[in-house]
Design a protein around this ligand. Structure first.
Ligand code: HEC
Ligand code: HEC
Ligand code: HEC
Ligand code: HEC
Ligand code: HEC
Length: 455
């Protein structure tokens, strides 16, 4: 064999190997392993789902509570739609794109199961009137089972539209309404119906992006003792104006009826679905829900000051009111932080940390309780589509506390006042500034708790 022939042969082998590798890489890039399997896809006709307006014709109070809730707004929420567009920009890796396209499964669930939209890049202007109303009556109340405890595993059994509404599942086992059939559903009384959406995993990498259900599941309120057990509904579907219904406040029943003519019941579950977000209801001129979110936040935590040394104080934050970590949900975005201010006897500020600047941006060294995602190589990422790992996690679990030691300069003199405040806002201004479209913000900053000490 001549030398050229050997060279040609090895060149061919190298080429073949390179091609094989390329093909393998392409196969894996097109179909990266997914935590959501196709076997659980459900397909319905859009006409099977009934407009919430129709349900509201009888369930008027429940309808008024649900209107402008984050569930109602889940598809239209301008913060969500812009963040979703922002995440999709400039992605090239298949696993990243797969995650960035997946949001509609929870945010537009009726559309997702009835054909449109299937992904975030589908033209939202073409979404039907019913799916555009987000997480709605005829979605939750036709759920019959759960196939996984994350990424919305609800299994549905909708009716055939208004002419044949089918069975609506709920907490009563003794009712036969005229318009629709009704049946008792244990699922609806269980935290699991909430948890399957309130646990979010990266569809390609499996990273835990939101873990509200898991935090609750591991906590003391998931108690086998019915006296101590508090479900998601036990706080969030007891809240109404004037009744924050947290772990540190009473959660009295809400007697009434499910329609103006239906029988009186000891408790009608409220449908405001208020969490911590007061900015979004304000964008839709719903001051009542904004106030309820503030009330919830103001009964979520306690804060203490301990003077450790002449020039050092410890600030302790206890999660006393939430059924899950503090904060919870989108904790890579949510900002719960400590602001510390030392003022002299004339009220002049001599030391401060954690105060937003004139552009509403927090200083880099702010003590903040959150999660930070990484790209798999230890570099922080803000786009969850790229989240392969959790780099840090300073959320405060249920019933636990976190503390931080602050050094004070100057040393407090007699008559000085030290104030520590626990503050919350639902999104950093730095991220809002990068979103496409009209500028958003500043979002409201809510004082959750505060404590002062006079030296
Ligand atoms: C996110 C899911 C969800 C949405 C959206 C939702 N519900 Fe409910 N609803 C529930 C759950 C869960 C219960 C029962 C709670 C329990 O037993 O712990 C309930 C209870 C009810 C009941 C029984 C009476 C009561 O309130 O206790 C009626 C009637 C009802 N819902 C109607 C509606 C209507 C009408 C809408 C739309 C305006 C709606 N629901 C939207 C989850 C939902
Ligand atoms: C024509 C009036 C009317 C309309 C329209 C209506 N409902 Fe009802 N619904 C009732 C009555 C009456 C009850 C029984 C209330 C009771 O017994 O306390 C009821 C009960 C329920 C229950 C409780 C079932 C149980 O067994 O726990 C749910 C859930 C429910 N409705 C959901 C809906 C949904 C979703 C829609 C819209 C698709 C809707 N309803 C439309 C009248 C209506
Ligand atoms: C189909 C998925 C789904 C189900 C089921 C669901 N949620 Fe939600 N929930 C969401 C989404 C998505 C949002 C945020 C919507 C948005 O971006 O505006 C949300 C928002 C909320 C908020 C407001 C959070 C805030 O920041 O203020 C609360 C509270 C809440 N849900 C409680 C519940 C409870 C309680 C249940 C069970 C009865 C439940 N959810 C069931 C998907 C779901
Ligand atoms: C013991 C009462 C209690 C229980 C039980 C409870 N929560 Fe909450 N929840 C709160 C309080 C208080 C807040 C406000 C503080 C915060 O944001 O964590 C809150 C806030 C939230 C938020 C908004 C978080 C944010 O900062 O964006 C969501 C979403 C939520 N809850 C969902 C749930 C779900 C889902 C369950 C069940 C798995 C649940 N909650 C169980 C009390 C409760
Ligand atoms: C498995 C269900 C699920 C999926 C999939 C999902 N989300 Fe959400 N999303 C939620 C829940 C639950 C909340 C409420 C949690 C909270 O308030 O902290 C939420 C809240 C949000 C919010 C906060 C809205 C506000 O007004 O503050 C944004 C932004 C958001 N999601 C963006 C996305 C994007 C972008 C995607 C896709 C890359 C996505 N979500 C996919 C369940 C989901």
């Amino acid at each position: 064999m001549s030398k050229t022939k050997v060279r040609i042969q090895s060149a061919v082998t190298v080429c073949a190997l390179v091609c094989l590798c390329l093909v393998l890489v392409m196969v894996f890039r097109v179909e990266p392993p997914s935590v959501d399997t196709h076997a659980e896809e459900q397909a319905f006709n859009p006409d099977q789902f009934i407009d919430p307006e129709t349900c509201g014709g009888c369930h008027d109070e429940i309808m008024a509570q649900w209107e402008n809730s984050m569930h109602h707004l889940s598809h239209q929420d301008p913060v969500y739609t812009r963040v979703a567009k922002f995440y999709l920009q400039g992605l090239t890796e298949a696993g990243h794109i797969q995650e960035a396209e997946s949001c509609v499964k929870c945010h537009t669930p009726v559309g997702y199961v009835s054909g449109f939209p299937k992904k975030v890049s589908d033209e939202f202007a073409h979404v039907g009137e019913i799916p555009a109303q987000g997480i709605q009556c005829d979605y939750c109340h036709v759920a019959v089972d759960i196939n996984k405890m994350y990424n919305n595993g609800l299994v549905l059994s909708p009716g055939q539209g208004e002419d044949d509404p089918g069975i609506k599942y709920g907490p009563f086992d003794d009712t036969e309404p005229e318009f629709h059939d009704a049946a008792y559903s244990k699922l609806h009384t269980d935290s699991k119906i909430c948890g399957t959406c309130h646990n979010v995993k990266h569809v390609a990498f499996g990273t835990d992006l939101e873990t509200t259900y898991t935090e609750w599941e591991k906590g003391p309120y998931n108690s086998p003792d019915p006296e101590k057990h508090i479900s998601c509904q036990g706080c969030h579907m007891y809240q109404r104006p004037g009744v924050p219904a947290t772990a540190s406040t009473p959660r009295p029943e809400n007697p009434g009826s499910a329609t103006p003519d239906a029988k009186q019941r000891p408790h009608i579950f409220t449908h405001y679905f208020v969490g911590a977000n007061s900015g979004l209801p304000q964008m839709f001129s719903d001051q009542e829900k904004a106030d309820m979110a503030v009330a919830r936040l103001q009964h979520a935590a306690h804060i203490y000051l301990e003077v450790e040394k002449e020039n050092a104080v410890r600030v302790v934050v206890a999660n006393t009111g939430a059924g899950h970590s503090l904060p919870t949900g989108l904790t890579d975005m949510r900002q719960m932080w400590l602001e510390l201010t030392l003022a002299d006897s004339d009220g002049n500020i001599v030391f401060q940390t954690g105060a937003p600047d004139e552009n509403h941006v927090l200083p880099e060294d702010t003590v903040i309780f959150n999660t930070v995602f990484g790209d798999g190589n230890g570099n922080p990422v803000i786009n969850i589509a790229k989240a392969k790992e959790i780099l840090s996690d300073t959320r405060i679990p249920v019933g636990e506390s976190a503390s931080h030691l602050f050094e004070l300069a100057p040393v407090p003199q007699i008559g000085y006042t030290l104030t520590a405040r626990l503050l919350y806002r639902s999104m950093p201004q730095k991220i809002l500034n990068q979103l496409p479209g009209e500028p958003l913000g500043p979002l409201p900053v809510v004082e959750m708790a505060a404590v002062s000490k006079i030296f």
